[in-house]
Design a protein around this ligand. Structure first.
Ligand SMILES: *Cc1c(COP(=O)(O)O)cnc(C)c1O
Length: 412
């Protein structure tokens, strides 16, 4: 096995260590440019991107329509604050309402996924406390990921992540991701919202059973709580539908969006419908940058491109092709035992915690994937991915699994 680690990487790592707070455990690659599903590192090596910057760059890198929209808007107006009207923000809200099929929807724009969840939690508290001062609790799922700010971290269902930052307050109840009865039982009149993902991305691409979604909808209706679906990772076409909830038969009151919405520029959004859309009044929430003209222009270009290229249907089609390739790997390797997810968000499940080694071996051979869990490799290629690149992905993973099986002394 040749070592493809770029020569300059040690130097870059040393500079970073002296300059940045050490919050990130980086993989040994430094990227400088990209085009479509391809990335190039500092040494000019080419990679196939099956991560999309964590489910963000759905149109691929350097999308010309997004670049043009950003450039045009940046030359016209970048920022004036939300003290004034700016039309791109309104147009983007109108377009999101249309993709959601929510004529009574109302949007709020922020700058990230965590901020979208913060906004949704604040909206739900405002909504709940209007009827009952103790109606501020949130029910969320074990393993769920909602962000790194204090409230979104509290809602995140991995207690190990809470410990260094406690106290975070006692206002969230977590229930197993696959137990409709436990969820129903946790919702009472003090609950203002149930917050969950349709497919739990960071938990290892773990689909939440539709019965849990249905139980959440029923419990929210029974107790006057809002159903908030965190579509930060699953929304904007990734699952082969505009939004993951559209595949479940259950309609939420609020959706939270971010990641892919502007193909890599920072944006977050919530859209609320029905009674939820009436919960905030002027002054209840705000963001200096939120809904800025450049981010909204980028997001509008993203929505146009997805529509013009039919990328929602394509995610479904290419997702089926990807699934078949992963099934092929399972048939060929004892290490590979399952596939989870749908559309172009899937994980290859391994029989032992060697996902990091598989992802590292793939990176050496020019394929970017990520070990989303110790035993699961996440595949989230851009929605523009084609059949030839899917076949290349399978060939690289095939070799990576063989190498890791050799190291493990397992039968390949
Ligand atoms: C990534 C993610 C977030 C956090 O988004 P940031 O932009 O990193 O704050 C929240 N929820 C889900 C489901 C995510 O995948």
């Amino acid at each position: 096995m040749t070592d493809h680690t770029p020569a300059g990487i040690d130097q870059i790592a040393a500079r970073e260590q002296a300059a940045l707070l050490p919050t990130y455990a980086r993989q040994p690659a430094a990227f400088v440019e990209g085009s479509g599903a391809r990335l190039m590192d500092v040494e000019g090596r080419s990679y196939l991107d099956f991560l999309s910057g964590l489910s963000v760059t759905s149109l691929g890198h350097a999308n010309p329509a997004v670049a043009t929209a950003v450039s045009r808007q940046a030359h016209a107006l970048v920022h004036v604050s939300n003290l004034y009207y700016t039309e791109p923000q309104i147009t983007l809200a109108e377009r999101l309402k249309a993709t959601l099929g929510w004529p009574d929807g109302r949007a709020f724009f922020c700058n990230s996924g965590a901020e979208a969840n913060e906004a949704a939690i604040k909206l739900a508290r405002r909504f709940g406390k209007a009827t009952n001062p103790s109606k501020f609790r949130v029910v969320a799922l074990e393993g769920g990921f909602h962000g790194r700010t204090l409230a979104s971290l509290r809602a995140t269902g991995t207690p190990e992540k809470h410990v260094p930052f406690e106290p975070l307050g006692d206002w969230v109840t977590h229930v197993p991701h696959d137990d409709p009865a436990a969820l129903s039982g946790a919702v009472n009149d003090d609950v203002c919202a149930v917050l969950l993902e349709v497919v739990q991305g960071e938990a290892g691409v773990r689909p939440v059973p539709h019965e849990v979604l249905a139980a959440a909808r029923e419990a929210c209706d029974r107790h006057g709580a809002l159903l908030i679906v965190d579509e930060v990772q699953t929304g904007i076409g990734r699952l082969g539908a505009w939004y993951g909830w559209q595949t479940t038969g259950v309609t939420p009151d609020v959706v939270c969006l971010a990641k892919a919405l502007a193909n890599g520029l920072p944006i977050g959004a919530i859209v609320a419908r029905g009674q939820a859309a009436g919960a905030f009044a002027a002054g209840d929430h705000a963001s200096t940058f939120g809904g800025g003209p450049v981010m909204c222009a980028a997001a509008l270009a993203v929505l146009d491109e997805i529509e013009q290229q039919g990328l929602v249907a394509r995610a479904e089609e290419m997702g089926a092709v990807m699934h078949a390739h992963l099934e092929g790997l399972i048939a060929a390797h004892t290490l590979a035992v399952g596939v989870r997810g749908r559309g172009l968000l899937q994980a290859l499940v391994l029989d032992r915690p060697v996902a990091g080694a598989v992802a590292a071996a793939a990176l050496e051979d020019g394929l970017v994937v990520n070990a989303v869990a110790p035993d699961a490799v996440r595949l989230a290629p851009p929605l523009i991915i084609g059949e030839a690149d899917l076949a290349t992905m399978a060939a690289v993973l095939d070799a990576a699994l063989t190498r890791v099986a050799d190291q493990e002394g397992a039968i390949p």
